[in-house]
Ligand binder design. Structure first.
Ligand SMILES: [Fe+2]
Length: 391
């Protein structure tokens, strides 16, 4: 219905997606697929929170049942660090592994991808920063996401924190697409409300940014708009009723669609600004995105007013016949309300950011590859202004 209002873009566009299996208990297929993919020894990447929730014990049982040997690496932090990638790589080699299984959220999956490319290419992780810089393909990678937000399980992205320089490196390549994603909404039942809110807002930002991206296409638009509809409809529900598997499932489907959209259309200034902010202050990625989104919509709106109007319509906002300025205000007000409804109330100032810090953050963010597909090409001063408005 929304597509027919836009002219069809006929520029060349490609679409890359891994094999994925979505549904209740998809996670239980992992050991069987390890065998199918020829695993001799599986490198399991996870973190201590996932272990505590009991998901690793269950996975170990499955692997043992299928007779698949494995080693577990759980020393992965939120905002995974470059040295964690190198430590994981050493463990992989010591154990002669030949397949990676990532069980976790974005940090675990990004770190697992980093380990995969370092294992295959034998170079430090910072050598792969940027677009299409991976020479040899990584070993087979199976991802089981434990959050509904990052979509690293279907994306061409990995984000690794460069600790000495205090910023997040964006690594983008088709070589980072996993071989298989097992997407199981049941895993979301152990997520707390704040993590649900932050990861849900990350997914919503993926869909927003993919839809208005310069590299969007008919295929990515389809996924991006449906992602916005699903996340908007179900995120608040899945926080109010955390055991509602329908709400969890629809949020996870929304996240998957957002992932397919942004993996192919790329992102924009919400993410370039959030990468710099999250890397510098070690803040949750989804929270950074949620704080920045209304300010980036304000900055971008004039570059893509019709697309933002469509987004407002999909969100169920009353914008028919309204002037552009009014649509923008309606959309921004709604995003601020949504954030508040899911208890993301911090500003950047609450997070310890000052006007001195915003200059440092902007100087790092201006080099992020996500700027290239933002509908409005930012200069350094624009990024400083957006940060300052989010203080
Ligand atoms: Fe993200």
């Amino acid at each position: 219905m929304f597509e027919s209002q836009q002219p069809l873009l006929l520029d060349l566009r490609k679409f890359v997606a891994p094999e994925y299996i979505f549904g209740t208990d998809a996670r239980l297929l992992s050991a069987k697929y390890c065998k199918k993919l020829g695993a001799m020894k599986v490198f399991v990447a996870t973190d201590k929170g996932i272990r505590k929730a009991g998901w690793v014990d269950e996975l170990e049982e499955q692997l043992r049942f299928e007779g698949v040997d494995y080693v577990i690496f759980d020393a992965i932090s939120p905002n995974p660090r470059d040295f964690e990638v190198m430590n994981g790589t050493a463990l992989y080699h010591e154990n002669n592994c030949n397949l990676i299984l990532a069980l976790g959220g974005g940090s675990v999956m990004d770190c697992a991808k980093g380990i995969g490319i370092v294992v295959a290419n034998n170079k430090p992780i910072d050598q792969f920063e940027g677009i299409d810089r991976i020479g040899k393909p990584m070993p087979p990678l199976i991802c089981i996401p434990t959050t509904a937000g990052t979509s690293a399980d279907v994306s061409q992205f990995a984000i690794i924190n460069n600790i000495s320089q205090k910023y997040k490196m964006a690594i983008i390549s088709k070589a980072l697409v996993p071989d298989l994603a097992l997407i199981d909404p049941k895993i979301l039942l152990t997520m707390d409300n704040y993590l649900t809110a932050c990861t849900g807002m990350d997914a919503l930002c993926h869909a927003f940014e993919a839809y208005v991206s310069n590299a969007s296409s008919s295929f990515t638009d389809l996924f991006a708009l449906e992602a916005i509809r699903l996340i908007n409809q179900e995120l608040v529900e899945s926080i109010k009723f955390p055991n509602d598997i329908q709400a969890r499932g629809k949020t996870m489907l929304g996240s998957l669609y957002a992932g397919l959209a942004f993996s192919n259309a790329s992102l924009g200034c919400v993410h370039s600004l959030a990468h710099s902010l999250g890397g510098y202050l070690d803040l949750p990625h989804g929270e950074c995105n949620a704080i920045l989104l209304p300010h980036v919509v304000d900055y971008n709106f004039s570059a893509s007013p019709e697309k933002y109007r469509t987004i407002a319509e999909v969100l169920g906002l009353e914008v028919k016949g309204k002037r552009e300025e009014d649509v923008k205000k309606t959309l921004i007000d709604y995003l601020i309300r949504l954030k508040s409804d899911i208890s993301i109330n911090n500003t950047l100032k609450d997070k310890g950011v000052t006007t001195d810090v915003t200059k440092v953050l902007a100087a790092k963010a201006i080099n992020d590859p996500c700027n290239a597909t933002n509908p409005r090409m930012p200069v350094l001063g624009d990024l400083v202004t957006i940060y300052n408005e989010a203080l």
